[in-house]
Write a new protein. Sequence first.
Length: 424
Amino acid sequence: MLEPIRYLSKLFTAYALGLSCLMLATAAMADFDLEPGDQVSVSLTGLDDLSFNATIDAHGDVNLKWLGQFRAQGLSLERLELLVQQDAAGKIVKQYDLNGDIYIIQLAGDEIEIARNGYRPIIIGGDVARTGEIDYRPAITVREAVALAGGVRSMLLADDVTIDPIQLLRWQTAYGQAALQHAQALVQSWRSSSELAQDMDLEPPAPESVTVSPSVLAELIAEQIRIRSINQENEAGEREFFEDARQQAAERVRILEEQITELAKALDADEEEEARVVSLVDKGLAPGSRLADTRRTTVLSATRLLEVEEDLAGTSLILTRLIRDEEQFEQERTLRLLQERRVASLSVRDAKHQLDTISKYLAGASNEIGTESLITDIDYTVTIFRTENSQLQQLVADKLTQLRPGDSLEISVQEITEDAPLTE
């Protein structure tokens, strides 16, 4: 039973080694062979002071200083490293210590490591904002290269506007926000106007007056109707309070006025009685004590009349204040609604201006061009000029094509496509 186990163990070990070699080979193939313009870094284990960078020249050679000059064009990084290690094996390197003393190191070769330090740049031209070189990075696509070049510069757009897909999406988002702001402000102005006129049947904005979808407009109108209903309920409560308070104050004024009338009559009667008693006392027909009682009664009647008159004055003042507060409430309501409508009107104007401005950028035309001509993408063709096996090739690519170091791109804008606005 042990032999089969040993055999399986050896088979697994061989398979693992083979898989590791395959993965290393795949990783090596994933990188590009060295070409003029590529940069490499050379380092020696334990000798950091001897590290340096080098660039492959136009002839395909690389000068590695004291290690010598090597042919690098067409070689993989690993192959160049192996050649340098083999050539450097046994070479003598002189080094100084901290005391200034010289010591000699004999290289074995495998302590030399070569890494890629930079790729030759990509050259981009044509209908882009900035033509010239772009630093290469692994897996970079045509779309990313165009974005790094500042985006597409479409001659079909007014004022030579520069747009890339990301900027275009931002403008579309800004247009959608401005369209929503325009619709919201328009609906708010309608709601304020209907409350000011107290006309609940005032027609709301029509779908053709906004650039949002009918469903969005319906939601905005429903929201403002809810706000209007809440305002009406609150205002109805305030008006009911003022009405009840005025009625109570007016009723009390009526009652007090009636009391004053009765008290005035009683006071007149008391004063007549007092005059009669004075005449009797003067004639000796009545005792003086009766006159004192009569005068006391007259004073009490006058005092009561004065108290009721003061109460009537206070109640009348309350009624006057209630009327004034109600008028002030109506004035403040009117001013609030006028201010809301003014702010909404200003928002409508600002949003309309933003819509017109963004439409120019998106459509590249005059003020008459609106949402029907919104751009959702700029279509451009890509031509790649690539050198392979010392032969210059011309390739037609798309926006997702991955580029190689040293590629030259030619971008050509063909047309502007249209789509519906992003306001649904």
